[in-house]
Design a protein around this ligand. Structure first.
Ligand SMILES: C[C@@H](O)[C@H](NC(=O)OP(=O)(O)OC[C@H]1O[C@@H](n2cnc3c(N)ncnc32)[C@H](O)[C@@H]1O)C(=O)O
Ligand SMILES: [Fe+2]
Length: 528
């Protein structure tokens, strides 16, 4: 790349056509947002908008610039709305040919992360990426931005926008809901966290059907949806042993979400980062910057490789521009160091042959939601542990239960993630098979929630467990487990096989569940 090489980047995955030049710093940025005359974003109309303002946006971005300094054209290759992506892709290809410079196909999600890292100066954060179409918790591991958790149905922004539309509020509803929420007392709405994954459609439907004053529903919607996001971010932070949190994506503009994340970070001793408003939502600067660092790493595309990809996932990108941070710091996660372990949501304290698990109050969530979650989860956990035992699932013996605590038998041994052998993972599969036969869903099936005692796994932490015989819930359980395998173990494919073998031995309908896991993996990546 020539000295002072500059990259022209074009963003246009959905609502904003935006172009920017990035050199050593941001040189120019110009945007023309599309606002639908009524209803939500219509893909073809948005694409027509982009086409009609393309010349104006690019001209404004390059005005007064020396075009000979431009050493590459970057464009958002996906994910996004097909027609919009194709319009931007065509423009980018023509420009690259005209200027005779390389083309860089940028993953839009990764670009949200990179502009955040650049702007905030953070190094290796857990990222909460909360936008219209996407809601993901990402962390860099082994050359990729791994998805620790994500929405299983719709993106948080779309959930808010659709709810707002059902109340005749103009698009996008996010900022208006934020304003209305300031005047409201939060109503109770369904809270759905499955391990590190989330779901928003139940919350959205309940909010649509709710008869309370609009301000109260908006407040309830925000408190619930944001607490869900903060909870999974905290869980990923604890799981990965990182100490920075970065908030990106359009919904990141919300002050309440920022406040809640900042509060969680303070409680955990992590540092919180959020970029300036103009870099939070979709913008050309994020594409130009990411294009620049990708070009420097040699990650360009030929014209045939430049086809757009509406389902492009964050973890599809091999990140050659970052130094690999290696394995997760397993050792840090040892259970019961000095007789105490602090998980994402509870403190476990040794007490003779027992441990006491006490759920912690979280300052980031409002007090009624906080006490509701603590009481519900403590009760459910004690009940389901006992029930699972009756079906032959090895679990700790329960000795006593109070409003926020469970006293139970101490299990000595390393967590499964510290001793990931084929045999142990096979055993874990057998255990989950029995659990599912009992009609119980674990709800947080990570490799931290098995303890290996005398060579056999014991299942712990039923805090998010519930009763269900649905293939879907079982599929999500396995999906969560496979995700933690994928994000922590290099030989995850073989371990996954071992797990499935064990599961099939103890659970009759295993085939249906395996099929569903595949569906869950493929679905919900870019839904509108
Ligand atoms: C693939 C790409 O097209 C997509 N982009 C996207 O969704 O635009 P973004 O700019 O990142 O986010 C827009 C969303 O951000 C929400 N939003 C903006 N300001 C908000 C606020 N103050 N509170 C809540 N939501 C807000 C909007 O309502 C809308 O749902 C994505 O990143 O998923
Ligand atoms: Fe976006």
């Amino acid at each position: 790349m020539p000295e002072n090489g500059q990259i022209l980047g074009i963003e246009g995955t959905a609502w904003n056509l935006s172009a920017a030049i990035f050199g050593d710093d941001l040189v120019s940025l110009f945007s023309k947002p599309y606002s639908p005359p009524h209803g939500g974003i219509h893909p073809r109309e948005a694409a027509q908008h982009h086409a009609s303002v393309m010349k104006e946006v690019i001209s404004a971005a390059i005005e007064g610039q020396d075009l000979s300094k431009i050493s590459g054209i970057a464009f958002s290759q996906g994910p996004g709305l097909g027609p919009c992506l194709r319009t931007v892709g065509t423009a980018a290809r023509s420009l690259a040919l005209a200027l005779d410079v390389p083309l860089i196909g940028v993953n839009h999600c990764v670009a949200h992360v990179e502009i955040g890292r650049w702007q905030c100066g953070c190094d290796d954060p857990i990222v909460l990426y909360a936008s219209g179409a996407n809601t993901q918790v990402l962390g860099f591991l082994k050359s990729r931005y791994r998805i620790f958790g994500e929405t299983l149905d719709i993106g948080i922004g779309n959930a808010i926008d659709k709810f707002a539309r059902s109340r005749d509020l103009p698009h996008p509803g996010g900022p208006l809901v934020e304003k209305l929420a300031l005047e409201g007392e939060p109503v109770e709405l369904p809270y759905t966290v499955k391990g590190m994954d989330l779901a928003f459609s139940g919350l959205m439907s309940a909010a649509k059907d709710c008869n309370a004053p609009l301000e109260d529903i908006c407040a309830g919607f925000q408190e619930t949806a944001f607490a869900m996001c903060v909870e999974v971010t905290e869980r990923a932070l604890a799981h990965a042993g990182k100490d920075e949190v970065l908030l990106v994506g359009g919904v990141g503009a919300n002050s309440r979400l920022q406040e809640m994340l900042r509060c969680m970070c303070e409680e955990r001793g992590a540092e919180f980062f959020v970029p300036e408003r103009k870099f939070i939502g979709d913008n050309g600067a994020m594409i130009a910057l990411t294009g620049k660092i990708m070009l420097e790493a040699g990650q360009t595309v030929t014209i045939p490789e430049s086809a757009v990809n509406p389902g492009y996932r964050s973890d599809d990108v091999v990140v050659k521009w970052r130094k690999d941070t290696g394995d997760l710091p397993y050792a840090k996660a040892n259970l019961l160091e000095n007789g105490q372990a602090r998980g994402a949501e509870a403190v476990v304290t040794e007490s003779g042959r027992d441990v006491i698990k006490r759920r912690l109050s979280k300052k980031y969530r409002n007090s009624s939601l906080d006490s509701r979650l603590i009481a519900e989860r403590t009760r459910a956990e004690a009940r389901l542990i006992s029930q699972a035992r009756r079906y032959g699932v090895p679990t700790p013996l329960i000795r006593d239960v109070t409003a926020d605590s469970i006293v139970m038998e101490r299990i000595d041994g390393p967590m499964l993630k510290l001793d990931l052998t084929r045999d142990h993972v096979h055993d874990a599969g057998r255990i989950v098979g029995r659990l599912h036969t009992a009609g119980i869903i674990h709800g947080d099936l990570t490799t931290s929630n098995f303890i290996v005692r005398d060579g056999r796994c014991v299942l712990i932490d039923f805090g998010l467990s519930y009763i269900s015989s649905e293939i879907e819930s079982r599929g999500v359980d396995l999906h969560v487990f496979f995700q933690t395998l994928e994000s922590t173990a290099p030989d995850h494919a073989d371990l996954r096989k071992a797990f499935c073998e064990g599961y099939a031995e103890t659970f009759e309908e295993s085939k249906d569940v395996f099929e569903r896991v595949e569906e869950i993996r493929l679905r919900g990546r870019y839904l509108h």
